[in-house]
Write a protein that binds this ligand. Structure first.
Ligand SMILES: *Cc1c(COP(=O)(O)O)cnc(C)c1O
Length: 389
């Protein structure tokens, strides 16, 4: 019988060495030694399997890749230096000049920059349909559409897309669907099982889980992942073995951490929605969220990022944020430490006022990425912000 998720998270991918270590070994080495010149020649020529250089392969990185692939239900996963290099590697291997890509409008800001500032210069066309509107995706597909890229749920307004329906739409148009699964992680959502072709990760977030290292990954079919391997080997944004080791150990506790993150976020979202001065809370676990039912169907929990609008404008949002004492003012997420941020002036600050309005990122919006502190202390800290309203 195949092992279940929690067992795979602890054990998949580990190949114990002759030392008999119980915890996974950290192979902090850039290159590998050959028995003789003939072996070196055979490995370089690809005639013989084995390590050559850590830009190509590393046992610690491989262990992380195999464990993540098992958790995502993917044939293969390939680790990258960061979430952004995972997205870059995906586009560089799947797309050529003249290809068209559809990216959901509400993706991570650097993803938009990557397309607008760089990939467009190399002839990759891109459009940005609104995430939740399947008709808009349908209308935006063109004969040269090669790839659809989404984040679900989105940042900061926690919108979702029906992944199974979007995968079907993509395949109907001869395109592939890639899902950036950073907010849910495989512990809450497994896009490949829903029909997506590729999963992208910023392992920097919940997979590390304690805000220490940057890392990323791409997962999918072996044939496509071999192309990604080839790109990394040539272009170099590979994950360092040290970071891979941290991420690998992070996977062991991912499932229970996500449950704890989600439970706190769920409680805070309900509590915040009852407080004076809070205009609206955005969280898929609230029954009034327009995609609450989809979230129940598609995810095993509602995630740990939520946003809320305070009565007033930018000054009121800033005063709220500045009044908190414990919660960290930073835009990172997926950390044991709860973070608070003002999207309009940080993550979405580079957008024009019009683009921000279209994205729904108003000046009174605050984003909270709920960590693992006691929810009582989180409420007390947020209450300091509420008092300023
Ligand atoms: C942080 C993030 C990224 C980028 O990841 P890095 O590891 O910082 O390069 C991509 N997508 C999402 C959804 C993110 O939150």
């Amino acid at each position: 019988m195949p092992f279940s998720f929690d067992t795979l998270a602890v054990r998949a991918g580990h190949q114990r060495t002759a030392e008999g270590e119980h915890s996974e070994a950290l192979f902090l080495t850039s290159s590998y030694v050959f028995k003789n010149a003939a072996e070196a020649a055979a490995r370089f020529a690809g005639q013989e399997a084995g390590n050559v250089y850590s830009r190509y392969t590393n046992p610690t990185v491989r262990c992380f890749e195999q464990r993540l692939a098992a958790l995502e239900g993917a044939e293969q996963a390939v680790a990258t230096a960061s979430g952004m290099s995972a997205i870059l590697a995906t586009v560089m291997t799947l797309c050529s000049a003249g290809d068209h890509v559809l990216v959901s409008r509400s993706v991570f800001g650097s993803t938009i920059n990557l397309f607008e500032k760089y990939l467009k210069r190399f002839g990759v066309e891109v459009d940005y349909p609104p995430l939740a509107d399947l008709n808009a995706w349908q209308a935006a597909c063109k004969p040269n559409t090669r790839l659809l890229l989404v984040e679900s749920p989105s940042n900061p307004l926690i919108e979702l897309v029906d992944i199974a329906a979007l995968a079907e739409l993509a395949h109907h148009h001869g395109a592939l669907l890639a899902v950036d699964n950073c907010f849910c992680t495989p512990a809450l959502q497994q896009p490949i099982k829903l029909g997506a072709d590729i999963v992208i990760h910023s392992a920097t977030k919940y997979i590390d889980g304690q805000g220490r290292c940057l890392g990323g990954a791409v997962a999918g079919r072996q044939q496509q992942m071999q192309e990604v391997v080839g790109f990394l080997r040539t272009a170099g944004p590979t994950l360092s073995p040290f970071n891979a080791w941290v991420m690998l150990k992070g996977l062991e506790t991912l499932s229970i951490r996500m449950q704890a993150h989600c439970a706190r976020a769920f409680e805070l979202a309900h509590w915040l929605s009852q407080q004076n001065g809070i205009e609206r809370v955005y969280y898929a676990g609230l029954a009034n969220h327009p995609q609450h039912q989809l979230a129940r169907r598609q995810q095993s929990a509602f995630g740990a990022v939520l946003s809320f609008k305070v009565a007033g404008g930018r000054d009121d949002a800033w005063r709220f944020i500045d009044a908190t004492r414990m919660i960290s003012i930073t835009t990172n997420l997926g950390d044991a430490k709860t973070t608070i941020a003002h999207p309009a002036s940080t993550s979405h600050g580079r957008l024009s006022a019009e683009e921000r309005a279209r994205a729904g990122v108003t000046d009174n919006l605050i984003r909270l990425a709920v960590g693992l502190e006691d929810v009582k202390d989180l409420k007390a800290d947020l209450a300091l912000g509420l008092k300023t309203l």
